[in-house]
Design a protein around this ligand. Structure first.
Ligand code: DLL
Length: 432
């Protein structure tokens, strides 16, 4: 099933022609209407007419989150404010948020993109979508919402949080698609298991999970605990929001919607483009956006692209799971550590839950990593020997996989704070 078959299965040469036409238009639009882009292109000695092939994209300067911050709030908008019908902002851990804007056409395009994402996942107009992404400035809530409506599905705009209500509505409304972060989905799964709910009353069949990194092991857990097909959705507010890429049930990467976005992979150090198949930082250029055209946006997300046509028949390039960010990577005693790697190790152990907290500290000159891991209910007991044994096994596995020694702190079930949005997995106390 396709939403827009012509685009989703377009032969790649034809797709490249479409991309070039749209790229030229976007670059002209940005140059003519955004001071920031005009200045950046002038400084690089490039005019919109110089974009004669897709390869010329690599000559354009990058755009970063800092550029959006520097032009806060509306400095990168390419249309007058009376044409902007919606604003969103990304949470931003420090300082001002990053603000993004949409024209009426942008909202329309986004709804189509998200409707397509649902169809890629196997969704139909018959589905009941329980949308537990947060509504508000975050793009997750409204982005998913409009797409589900465009598809013709029934949307339950419950937003994040209020878990008891989520479980009640899930049963009473017969929700068939759950949309939320994978960590919240896992929390809901635990609550369902603990609440003595008749599994017959849960009708979920598809999970559209994203907005934070997760792993294959976490997919296995979600699929078995919730009895659904768990699929990955990628997006970021600066580019549009959810719907930049969506995984299909073939589960071999997320289809990047290339009629709307061009994806490149660059070496984060040298910033030179890398070929397909090599991991690096994802850089995205929008092709159809009006209010906030974005050119060569450095996502800081690390992934790998694959070009081969997928079993589902779509010709779009696929991106593998995001394995980390160039800016959330921890360096502990000289070793690069991604929280997702530690998660994978923890999930290999059946005796612990996938709730964890990494506490990084520096005692004297030595970095210390403490990993708080919750014991499963099944395992939780006061048998000190068994607990010590598990700590030792975890410590040596972390050492062999990551090459660093960590202190393991096993904690009682349900003591690590759950999040209703993106999980906070790292507390970095180091002052460097
Ligand atoms: O998280 C948009 C979104 C909403 C995507 C709902 C999917 C579902 P931001 O708040 O701007 O936007 O955060 C974007 O989140 O650069 C990634 O680091 C991370 N991210 C998003 N999707 C995934 C994913 C939304 N599937 C940032 N896997 C991105 C890993 C993801 N990381």
């Amino acid at each position: 099933m396709y939403w827009q078959k012509e685009y989703e299965t377009m032969p790649r040469e034809k797709l490249a022609e479409l991309q070039l036409k749209r790229l030229q238009k976007t670059v002209r639009h940005a140059y003519q209407n955004v001071d920031f882009y005009r200045r950046a292109f002038d400084a690089a000695g490039i005019k919109p007419e110089d974009i004669k092939s897709l390869a010329d994209l690599a000559n354009l300067p990058f755009t970063t989150k800092q550029d959006l911050r520097d032009n806060y709030p509306f400095g990168l908008f390419a249309v007058p404010m009376d044409q902007v019908v919606r604003l969103h902002a990304s949470s931003g851990t420090t300082g001002k948020p990053t603000v993004v804007g949409y024209t009426r056409n942008d909202i329309d395009t986004w709804a189509d993109i998200m409707a397509r994402a649902f169809v890629v996942a196997g969704g139909t107009a018959k589905d009941v979508v329980q949308n537990a992404y947060g509504y508000g400035l975050f793009t997750g809530g409204l982005g998913i919402h409009y797409g589900a409506e465009r598809l013709g599905a029934t949307v339950v705009p419950v937003s994040g949080g209020n878990t008891a209500r989520q479980l009640m509505l899930m049963q009473d409304f017969g929700s068939t698609i759950l949309t939320c972060t994978p960590s919240y989905a896992l929390y809901l799964a635990e609550e369902i298991a603990g609440a003595d709910i008749d599994p017959q009353k849960i009708k979920l069949r598809i999970g559209v999970f994203g907005a934070e990194p997760w792993s294959e092991q976490m997919r296995d857990q979600l699929e078995s605990k919730l009895n659904l097909t768990a699929l990955d959705i990628y997006g970021l507010s600066e580019v549009i929001g959810p719907g930049v890429a969506m995984e299909c049930p073939e589960k071999n990467g997320m289809h990047i919607f290339e009629d709307h976005f061009i994806a490149e992979i660059v070496d984060p150090e040298t910033q030179k483009p890398l070929p397909y198949g090599q991991p690096g930082e994802l850089v995205i250029t929008s092709l159809t956006k009006e209010a906030l055209p974005i050119i060569r946006y450095r996502t800081r997300d690390i992934t790998v692209l694959a070009e081969q046509t997928c079993g589902c028949g779509r010709t779009f390039t696929r991106m593998q799971r995001v394995t980390g960010r160039t800016d959330d990577m921890l360096i502990i005693r000289g070793v690069n550590v991604f929280p997702s790697q530690i998660e994978s190790v923890l999930l290999e152990f059946g005796d612990t839950e996938p709730h964890y907290l990494l506490v990084v500290d520096r005692k004297g000159t030595l970095d210390e990593l403490e990993i708080w891991v919750e014991l499963s209910d099944k395992f939780f007991s006061d048998k000190v020997r068994a607990i010590e044994d598990l700590e030792n096994r975890l410590r040596s596995r972390i050492l062999s996989v990551l090459g660093i020694s960590a202190r393991i702190k096993l904690v009682e079930p349900r003591t690590i704070p759950r999040s209703e949005g993106k999980a906070k997995r790292v507390i970095d106390k180091r002052e460097i």
